[in-house]
Design a protein around this ligand. Structure first.
Ligand SMILES: [Zn+2]
Length: 159
């Protein structure tokens, strides 16, 4: 299930007790890889965006010293890809659906005691949604740092 993500960095492999007893949880970084299932020209498959996102975070986490606590959530393969819907095979979430999914995941992460979340995105059709979600979460919680990160073009929410 963990794919390129090192098993000891894959959030779902933890037990709830490991999370409950995790020290300094507010300093632990949680990463949500994001992508899209969409057309990529004549020569590439639909999986490109989420494959890039998952591979880069996986290879990055593999090089981190173990004392730096970072865990990756399961990659979310679907994104907002309305710009590609004329191409067969593209699967797009609506703005509201993607926002709701990200908010629900973020609320759950916060409720588990974590205070740092990176939205690790490799799809150019959705950074605006990530920024708005991050801004709303920051406004709601004040002590919750949510960073939208766009591979290939760094963008960050201004708090
Ligand atoms: Zn894309």
């Amino acid at each position: 299930m963990h794919n390129w993500i090192p098993p000891d960095r894959f959030f779902p492999y933890l037990t709830w007790q490991q999370i409950a007893q995790m020290p300094d949880k507010e300093k632990v970084v949680i990463v949500q890889p994001l992508g899209s299932i969409e057309q990529h020209g004549y020569h590439l498959p639909l999986i490109v965006d989420i494959a890039i996102s998952t591979a880069i975070i996986g290879k990055t986490l593999a090089q981190l010293p173990s004392e730096i606590a970072v865990f990756s959530l399961p990659p979310l393969p679907y994104g907002k890809a309305t710009e590609h819907l004329d191409f067969p095979g593209t699967i797009s979430l609506s703005t509201n659906t993607l926002s709701s999914i990200l908010l629900d995941i973020s609320h759950s992460i916060y409720r588990s005691g974590f205070r740092k979340l990176i939205l690790w995105n490799s799809h150019g059709g959705q950074p605006q949604i990530l920024e708005l979600v991050a801004r709303d979460l920051r406004n709601e919680y004040r002590d919750f740092l949510v960073f939208p990160f766009l591979l290939g073009g760094y963008r960050r929410c201004e708090f």
